[in-house]
Design a protein around this ligand. Structure first.
Ligand code: FES
Length: 275
């Protein structure tokens, strides 16, 4: 698949637009693709953040965080991605709920964008929470504002919007009487865990978009298993969206760290961070 455009939209965060007619025709909000940058790279699941059916393109946001995403970050417009498969996983259940809060952090800001757009088109009141450590790490502000009734910003240093994390801001809002018929969160595991804990006392339905380690992405290897309401589920085919109040978070957080040592060795062997 050919890269049409690629840019660093925040430090270490890239938006990549590729020509992928078949995927652009089928993809729905919340689905992901499996990307292999070159023949030596591992398979990386990445949420599709935007698409254009008439152009036949899709856009995804990724962090340069390991050997394979570092290789992906090195590829330039005009070059080919070795392999790109999708759309994979289930989409969000897009229908009329009433009022929906969407919380995105990191690559998840791109992840909530198509969901916000689709939910608003269904007549929902859409409030997005966009979080980063500082204002310069936020991206797609204007795009999000265009598809939302309101965008609430949370920065750890207070450089834009609320000073603190998105889960602190959401908690403040809920305590002041704000009600959502549904909360959706996309981002790092810790963010989604904290958001689920914030909404639980209010029995506010909360959908998390799980991002465990994946290999095939099609239900064959079992690497992506999570425990939901006591049952084993595969994030790639049963998810990646699950009820955050039913998730066994201890297991998720432990499994995320399973290959940390190997990732460091891989980075050293690939000279990661020196380019
Ligand atoms: Fe292999 Fe989900 S990634 S079963």
């Amino acid at each position: 698949m050919q890269i049409i455009d690629k840019s660093e939209i925040a430090p270490n965060v890239y938006a990549c637009k590729v020509r992928a007619e078949a995927i652009a025709k089928k993809v729905q909000p919340g689905q992901f693709i499996m990307v292999i940058p070159d023949q030596y790279s591992e398979r990386t699941p990445i949420t599709v953040a935007d698409w254009n059916t008439s152009e036949g393109t899709i856009t995804f946001i990724f962090l340069d965080i390991g050997s394979s995403t570092n290789r992906l970050a090195e590829l330039k417009p005009g070059e080919e991605i070795f392999s790109l498969t999708g759309p994979l996983g289930n989409s969000f259940d897009i229908k009329k709920y009433g009022s929906v809060g969407l919380v995105g952090g990191c690559y998840g800001i791109g992840g909530i964008y198509p969901a916000a757009r689709a939910l608003r088109e269904k007549g929902n009141r859409v409030v997005c929470y966009s979080e980063a450590r500082s204002k310069f790490l936020l991206y797609w502000n204007k795009k999000l504002e265009e598809v939302s009734d309101e965008v609430r910003y949370a920065t750890a240093d207070g450089s834009l919007g609320f000073k603190g994390h998105a889960y602190d801001l959401l908690e403040t809002d809920l305590k002041s009487g704000v009600k959502y018929d549904l909360v959706i969160t996309v981002g790092c595991t810790f963010l989604m865990y904290r958001i689920s804990k914030v909404t639980e006392p209010y029995q506010m339905k909360t959908i998390v978009s799980m991002n465990p380690i994946m290999i095939d992405g099609t239900g064959m290897c079992g690497a992506c298993r999570v425990e939901v309401d006591g049952a084993t589920r595969f994030a790639c085919v049963d998810g990646p969206h699950f009820d955050g109040h039913q998730m066994n978070w201890d297991l998720v957080l432990a499994r995320r760290k399973a290959y940390l040592d190997e990732e460091i060795v891989s980075g050293e062997r690939h000279d990661y961070g020196k380019s």
